[in-house]
Design a protein around this ligand. Sequence first.
Ligand code: G
Ligand code: MN
Length: 277
Amino acid sequence: MYLNWVVPSYWTTSESLQLENEIRSAVENGEFLFHFQPVVSLWNGELYCCEALMRWQHPEKGLLAPEVFLDVLDDTGLITSIIDTLLDQASNHREKLSKKLGRDVAVSVNLSARLMNDPAFCRGLLKRLVAREFPLESLVLEITEDTLTRELAEANEFLQQAKNLGAKIALDDFGVGQASLSHLRQFPFDLVKIDRDFISNVHSDANDANLVRAIIQLAHAFGMQVVAEGVETEQQLAFVRAQGCDYIQGYLVGVPADSGQVVACLSAGRNGSLLAT
Ligand code: G
Ligand code: MN
């Protein structure tokens, strides 16, 4: 399902200036779009939600992954211009999915540390969601650990507000980066997503297996549910399932694809079942 996937391995200084300029015009030309990747319940095999993942439909280079452009979008603040595209596409996708399956399906969106620590952005985000009549109980907000290392007060207030309105809050890429166990007591997350770095080696590396097992137990002790990211093989699935993991995401159950392709793959008759239980 992957299209022309091009990820340059490095950029020189002049290339990165050129990249910034290209990104500015790409924003103006509406070249950024969102793909959606299923997150599947291990309890009933059904689709739980779809994560919106940003892509750049570059006119010459094809479809580019976030690694190529996300830092520039974020550092320049241009990312705030994409938020309406995100909310429009997430909202449409949620409606199409829910219609096809005859039940509410959530959509999850990623919020960078920069956005979360911008009070005006946080206030505006809630207004935009309300304006779109987006049911907050069908929204998962994914935040990365680096959000928590900055001044938390404003983000915390926004996250609590969104949670009070029914949104679920997920701690993304748990275990890599600025990991601190104290984050788990700083905010009542609904979900913890285990980074795919840990999942990929659960069968060959006893340390990774121990870490994944411990993270699942730890999150459950806090009343949080767990998503294993980057599940690619039946062995990885069997491992996380045996540890009581709640959800999986990864190529085994669905690659990120455009909304139409994801909806077409789901069979309404099986209630969006993607996995045998
Ligand atoms: O680390 P992070 O969760 O931000 O990575 C998200 C990216 O990982 C997405 O852009 C997606 O294309 C990719 N991805 C999603 N599922 C898998 C998977 O099962 N294996 C690998 N290698 N990459 C994945
Ligand atoms: Mn994410």
